[in-house]
Write a protein that binds this ligand. Structure first.
Ligand code: BGC
Length: 369
């Protein structure tokens, strides 16, 4: 029955919109496969609709910036936004998404705390014809996600790995070097591409002994930081330093973001060690200051305004019944489907190029003067 309806719609020329939303191939999105539901989803929804934005915890500044940008941007495009953090964790985020659907949201934008724990709520949303946009973090193991809006996570990792090598050469002279690795929260789908991207660059240098990970902790699991919590990274680094670096220098640390970089630097300082070359991500104010002061070596600029704007463009496309723009249809397999993605380009920042990279950023540009 559903199959028949799908082929009828294909014959009617509705192919691309439905293909992208996954409706035509999905057997379990019964709501949007109904005659009326499917047709109305493809035809868009009313201007001024409610749009839900479910953000995770405030584990880095980018999320806090996103809150205001979504509220202002969606409001000025005429929508009624509901933007919420889930500081209490996964079940709070699940409840928020459910409530957004009950309040009639036509699109749910989700920055997942745990990308694998939202299947039930997102399927319920999709069954009502609600469009689901994964924002910054992929949602996994569900076909109830229409599009992924993010910076290229694997590239972030590659840039971090290369920055660590460049920084070591620049600040610590010729190798070999002692390093440690930190990765992000294991429940965040981004942590793997960040780590894999970095290790693509670093592994050959570990293999040829240019780099030694003295603790021996080299897997994503061993290096992970539950909840992206600074305290967890700092405690792990304290233990590593006490157990492995009594009579050794620590030359470099791969850190997946700025918050964890600052936590690791605190640990190193407390252990009375020299400042290691350390990477980061997010261009947080304190880290940009640290970079300009010659401490933290690098960060990544992922302009939150650009990502929020691109996500609101996707909302506007759905409102008109159109397909949002995507530029990657093969990289983000979420375990059930390859999610069409619109990926923006991350930029590596060191003291050398900071003024140039941040020149249009009102908050960060003054820090580079
Ligand atoms: C984001 C990073 C951020 C981290 C912690 C990741 O999903 O992509 O930019 O540093 O979450 O909030």
């Amino acid at each position: 029955m559903k199959k028949k309806l799908a082929s009828a719609l294909v014959a009617l020329g509705a192919t691309s919109a439905l293909m992208l939303s996954g409706c035509s191939s999905s057997s379990d999105r019964s709501g949007s496969d109904d005659a009326s539901g499917g047709a109305s989803a493809a035809a868009g929804f009313e201007a001024g609709a409610t749009i839900g934005v479910a953000l995770p915890q405030k584990t880095s500044e980018n999320w806090v910036l996103a809150q205001n940008l979504f509220e202002d941007g969606l409001t000025s495009d005429g929508y009624k936004p509901i933007v919420q953090f889930a500081n209490g964790g996964v079940s709070e985020q699940q409840n928020q998404i459910q409530a957004m659907v009950q309040k009639g949201a036509k699109v749910i934008v989700v920055g997942a705390i745990d990308g694998s724990q939202l299947g039930t709520q997102l399927k319920a949303a999709a069954d009502q014809g609600v469009k689901v946009i994964a924002y910054d973090r992929l949602v996994k193991n569900t076909d109830a996600v229409d599009i992924y809006e993010a910076y290229d996570n694997f590239k972030v990792g590659q840039l971090q790995g290369q920055a660590l090598l460049d920084g070591l050469k620049e600040r610590k002279g010729d190798g070999p070097y002692n390093i440690e690795l930190i990765s992000g929260s294991p429940d965040d789908a981004n942590s793997k591409p960040f780590f894999d991207g970095a290790m693509e660059v670093l592994q050959p240098k570990i293999d040829d002994k240019t780099l030694t990970v003295v603790s021996g902790q080299v897997s994503q699991q061993e290096t992970s930081t539950q909840g992206w919590e600074a305290e967890n990274a700092q405690n792990r680094m304290d233990t590593i330093l006490a157990g492995n670096y009594k009579d050794k220098d620590l030359d470099g640390i791969l850190s997946p973001n700025d918050t964890l970089a600052r936590a690791a630097l605190t640990s190193v300082k407390q252990a009375g060690k020299d400042t290691p070359v350390i990477t980061g991500q997010d261009s947080e104010v304190e880290s940009v200051k640290s970079i300009m002061a010659g401490e933290q070596y690098s960060t990544i600029y992922k302009d939150t305004t650009a990502l929020v704007n691109s996500t609101i463009d996707a909302v506007n496309a759905y409102q008109k019944g159109e397909d949002p723009e995507v530029n990657d249809t093969k990289s983000y397999d979420n375990g059930v489907k390859v999610v069409p993605a619109n990926l923006l380009d991350p930029v590596i920042v060191t003291k050398e190029n900071a003024a140039d990279v941040y020149k249009d950023d009102k908050t960060l540009a003054p820090l580079t003067k």
